[in-house]
Design a protein around this ligand. Structure first.
Ligand code: ARG
Length: 476
């Protein structure tokens, strides 16, 4: 058992329960890059204010580089009694560099250190997620452009409502995920603020150059209040919220894919490589990947709640409860990567079945309103009557197992004289013509689709040109 670095007034070994419950290294090892980067910036700053000599600074930087390699290679043993990532790095640095390493913790506390690590981590993960989302948005744009001419039922109450273009349906998700992108961008901005230099809570007894550390680490701002800096977890909350909304949007799309793949819908097929079979029912082709996307949302939402509940009522400033932020944060970041990749694969590889969409549209009398409107517009029939005539036609279809598209001239004539003209009738019930009448901005007509796609592309391009913050190159 090594002696903990924080041992001040305590004598003798810590109780086993304190060691086992107190450790966070199992999770914050995932923040080792951020921790070491922060220590590099701190070292350079300490040298600049004369706390470290040139030689000590070089020795520490070389030691930190070696430790990063050891962790990367998995050769640095993780020990519960060393608690966290900060202590593992510092302890190893002292082993490697002796006296110099013992000076690194000058003007620093683990309280501002963990705040720094999580800020850097949230910033990195938000940037990463934004990049993944751009990939997903590109897939949606591509698939929607392929399916401008495909018409499918649009639903309300999961009952067939009106025909829409598949491009329109897919682009609805484009805009949702674009807003998700903006939420991660916002989380990135909240995390882009330097907490280091706040010490344990009140500031430090050295003339530290916080602006220099801020610049080295590429932060756009720094915390102006040390107590705020070490107690705030807003940046993590915003990241978890962005992830929860994204997961909910993803879950709705996954649900639609699951429905559409069922034998009742048959609107799409997935390749075998993205589906599973059953150990007992040989006919099965299950959309497990889409179900997992749908199912992950509960996990994301609970992580957000977990941290909100943890923070509520915590007095300023640092309290050990804050260490519990590590699980929601790292688990969310890791699961997000999987979620976006899975969704991208599902969307990219789905084979849509326009012929079945058409069958559903016909069976659902999706253009009944269009027919009633045409009777009003072209035959001067009052809407109330037109509605009634169309209703009678539909009940005739239902009784005789027919669809509007399959009715003979005489069958229609028996309902109402205005329905005998074939050209009028088939134009009025045409699925394509129905979508073409939805010419309001944001509607499903072909022209509106073109405009919408153009706008979507502009928004996409804007976001792919963002220049992201990051550490100064000489720090890496
Ligand atoms: N492992 C701790 C955490 O992650 C580091 C800060 C500990 N500070 C303290 N005063 N015990 O939150």
């Amino acid at each position: 058992m090594v002696d903990q670095l924080w041992k001040g007034r305590q004598s003798g070994p810590s109780a086993s329960i304190l060691v086992r419950m107190g450790q966070s290294i199992d999770l914050d090892i995932k923040l080792f890059r951020q921790d070491i980067l922060g220590s590099r910036a701190h070292t350079i700053m300490l040298h600049s204010i004369g706390v470290l000599s040139q030689e000590e600074s070089q020795t520490i930087l070389a030691g930190l580089r070696q430790i990063a390699e050891e962790i990367e290679a998995g050769t640095l043993p993780l020990r519960a009694e060393l608690e966290d990532i900060h202590t593992h790095v510092e302890n190893r640095l002292i082993e490697l560099t002796g006296e110099a390493g013992r000076k690194l913790h000058t003007a620093r506390s683990r309280n501002d250190q963990i705040a720094l690590d999580t800020h850097l981590y949230v910033r990195d993960q938000s940037v990463f997620t934004c990049h993944s989302l751009l990939g997903l948005l590109a897939v949606i744009l591509k698939r929607s452009e392929e399916h401008r001419a495909t018409i499918l039922p649009g639903y309300t109450h999961l009952q067939i409502g009106q025909p829409v273009r598949l491009s329109h349906h897919l682009l609805a998700y484009f805009w949702k995920f674009l807003r998700d992108f903006d939420r991660f961008f916002r989380a990135m901005q909240t995390a882009n603020r330097l907490p280091l230099g706040s010490g344990a809570l009140a500031g430090v007894n050295y003339p530290v150059d916080r602006e220099m550390v801020q610049k080295k680490l590429g932060f756009s701002e720094l915390y102006e209040n040390s107590m705020d800096a070490v107690s705030s977890r807003d940046h993590i909350l915003e990241f978890l919220f962005a992830a929860s909304v994204l997961a909910v949007n993803a879950s709705r799309l996954a649900e639609e894919m699951i429905l559409w793949m069922s034998s009742e819908f048959q609107f799409l097929e997935l390749p075998d490589s993205l589906t599973t079979g059953s150990s007992i029912m040989p006919q099965k082709k299950n959309p497990d990947l889409a179900e997992l996307v749908r199912g992950k949302s509960g996990r994301f939402i609970s992580h957000l709640q977990n941290l909100l509940i943890n923070l509520k009522g915590l007095p300023l400033t640092y309290n050990r409860d804050l260490q519990e932020d590590r699980f929601p944060l790292t688990d969310t970041a890791e699961q997000l990567e999987l979620l976006i990749e899975a969704l991208g694969a599902l969307l990219e590889q789905a084979q849509f079945r326009p012929e079945n969409m058409q069958k559903s549209l016909e069976a659902g009398f999706a253009t009944a309103t269009d027919l009633a409107d045409a009777l009003v517009k072209e035959h001067g029939i009052p809407f109330r009557d037109a509605h009634h005539i169309t209703g009678r036609l539909i009940s005739y279809c239902l009784k005789n197992g027919k669809v509007l598209q399959g009715l003979e001239t005489q069958e229609r004539a028996a309902i109402h004289g205005a329905l005998t003209n074939d050209a009028f009738y088939f134009r009025a019930i045409s699925l394509e013509a129905s979508t073409e009448k939805k010419i309001s901005r944001g509607g499903t007509a072909q022209g509106c689709q073109e405009m919408q796609t153009g706008l979507a592309r502009i928004e996409f391009e804007k976001r792919s040109r963002i220049s992201w913050p990051g550490p100064a190159p000489d720090l890496l």
